[in-house]
Design a binder for this molecule. Structure first.
Ligand code: NAD
Length: 492
């Protein structure tokens, strides 16, 4: 596969250089090799992309019936299936994630387009009971031009999570991928056009988040901002978007707990906890990065978890046996290591890892060992802040009440797992956890159709579900008078 190439902006159906003719490199995080030069958009490019999206909304796309939008979404899914292997490989090369991870995520993107193809047809207004002589109905209209800003940890899947519902609802889009991982979002936009999405409906600008991202969020031509990324960025975006009261949905960070009761299936809890933290090399918003274990199995659990951690294969992300891929950048490796060192200073116990791996396989690119930190108390930095790497912190609890208290003692509220064979306890605790996604006796957080999103500072709005279409729509209420006698409310 040819990877060393130029990646251009997509504006109004045209692949174009930035008006400033600026460029930045994009890399393979596992090797450090440059895989391409990417056009660096400036504010004029953003203006052009927003204008193209507005014109498309007011043009043909705005009149395209839901049935046709649905067919196009299915066609996108069909092309993704055909190009599956190539897309997975490209995602691995630009993100450093393992091939197995990329395969799951690209397949989820396929299913996402299929879900929203169906949802486009099922998205209906209602009629409401009103006094005699009146008729009311509601209609769903596209919210308008959407700025969609996505992060580097799931570059392709997050772009799909954003584009599919927006297209289903009839919106037009300016998509901004993360600067570190722009490649597959650009390919996805091309596939949308190949499937029949008209020019100007999906536009992609690549460049600096702080510059063109922020400008896009403030842009008066944008009606809605859908953002996935860090909580601090989300706060900045919400403040900027408030100036023109844009609709906002935010999918932000997490520090998700994984509670293991001593009555749980021990082996299943170990395997689920491994997946919960090490999936996507821990670079996951919903990573179960806080392992909270009941005191009577605490040491035994740490030992078994660590033994299995040692068995995980880290290395060439394109090798299908690899479990743990690369870290996205050297900067992120330093962030991770900084957190591990803070845990040491605060008195936690490093049970395994806590360093960069040694050896030829890791000489290039960015790597960090899967890391197990025990005896962590909730006031430590590593228990409260998102590390975004393959690092799990472990603490113990006495009883159900303390488990819930520890789990909820965070500003975040994205996901939570719990492991128990006590039926009533499982649902009692699930009800008390302040998280948008709760998993009982399994580690899987996202299937197409299930609402995905957070409580508290993990953001608001839900993606991946039928109800997400409402977040890309305005509801219009139409009240008609159909009585036989003319109305004269003032009676004059
Ligand atoms: P980030 O916030 O640094 O960047 C995300 C995107 O926002 C990028 O495209 C970036 O260029 C852009 N951006 C940066 N500053 C901006 C600004 N001021 N205005 C507009 N756009 C701006 O996040 P990241 O480091 O790319 O991704 C990791 C974060 O994403 C983690 O916190 C993770 O938890 C979160 N995340 C959340 C979910 C979820 O569904 N809740 C999913 C994946 C990732």
């Amino acid at each position: 596969m040819e990877t060393s190439k130029k990646y251009l902006l997509l504006i109004n159906g045209e692949h174009t250089e930035s008006v400033g003719d600026d460029w930045f490199n994009t890399y393979n995080p596992a090797t450090g090799e440059i895989i391409g030069e990417v056009a660096k958009a400036n504010r004029t490019d953003v203006d052009n992309a927003v204008a193209a999206a507005r014109a498309a909304l007011e043009g043909k796309w705005g009149r395209t019936p839901a049935a046709k939008r649905s067919r196009i979404l299915n066609k996108i899914a069909g092309i993704l299936r055909k190009r599956f292997d190539e897309l997975c490989e490209l995602e691995v090369i630009n993100s450093g994630k393992s091939l197995a991870n990329a395969q799951g995520q690209v397949m989820q993107a396929v299913e996402d387009f299929e879900l929203y193809a169906a949802a486009a047809l099922a998205h209906e207004g209602k009629t409401k009971p009103v006094p005699n002589g009146f008729l009311n109905y509601t209609t769903k209209e596209p919210v308008g031009v959407c700025a969609q800003i996505v992060p580097w940890n799931y570059p392709f899947m997050m772009a799909a999570w954003k584009l599919a519902p927006a297209l289903a609802a009839g919106c037009t889009i300016v998509l901004k991928p993360a600067s570190l991982t722009p490649v597959t979002a650009l390919v996805l936009a091309d596939i949308c056009e190949e499937a029949g999405v008209p020019p100007g409906v999906v536009n992609v600008i690549t460049g600096s988040g702080a510059d063109v991202g922020a400008y896009l969020v403030e842009h008066p031509g944008v009606d809605k901002v859908a953002f996935t990324g860090e909580t601090t960025t989300g706060k900045d975006i919400m403040a900027r978007a408030s100036q023109t009261l844009k609709r906002v949905t935010l999918e932000l960070g997490g520090k998700s707990p994984n509670i293991v009761f001593s009555d749980a299936d021990f082996d299943a809890a170990i395997d689920g906890a491994l997946f919960g933290i090490y999936y996507n090399t821990g670079q996951s918003c919903e990573a179960r990065s806080r392992l909270i274990v009941q005191e009577d199995i605490y040491e035994e659990f740490i030992q078994a978890f660590t033994e299995k951690t040692k068995k995980l294969v880290m290395g060439d992300p394109l090798d299908k046996e690899t479990h743990i891929g690369a870290i996205i950048s050297e900067n992120q490796v330093e962030v991770i290591d900084g957190y591990v060192q803070s845990a040491v200073r605060e008195g936690a116990r490093i049970v395994y890892g806590g360093a960069r791996p040694q050896g030829d396989a890791y000489r290039h690119g960015h790597w960090y060992l899967p890391t197990v930190i025990a005896d962590v108390s909730n006031d430590m930095k590593v228990a409260q802040e998102e590390i975004f790497g393959p690092v799990v912190v472990i603490s113990k609890f006495k009883d159900e009440k303390e488990a819930v208290q520890l789990a909820n003692d965070t500003v975040y509220g994205l996901a939570a797992s719990l492991w128990t064979n006590h039926f009533a306890r499982a649902h009692r605790v699930a009800g008390k956890l302040k998280a948008g996604i709760v998993m009982i006796n399994n580690p899987f957080s996202a299937f197409p159709g299930l609402p995905f999103g957070g409580y508290k500072q993990s953001g608001f709005g839900r993606e991946l579900a039928m109800e997400s279409l409402d977040l890309y729509s305005e509801t219009k209420s139409v009240l008609a008078y159909i009585g036989g006698k003319p109305l004269n409310p003032f009676g004059v």
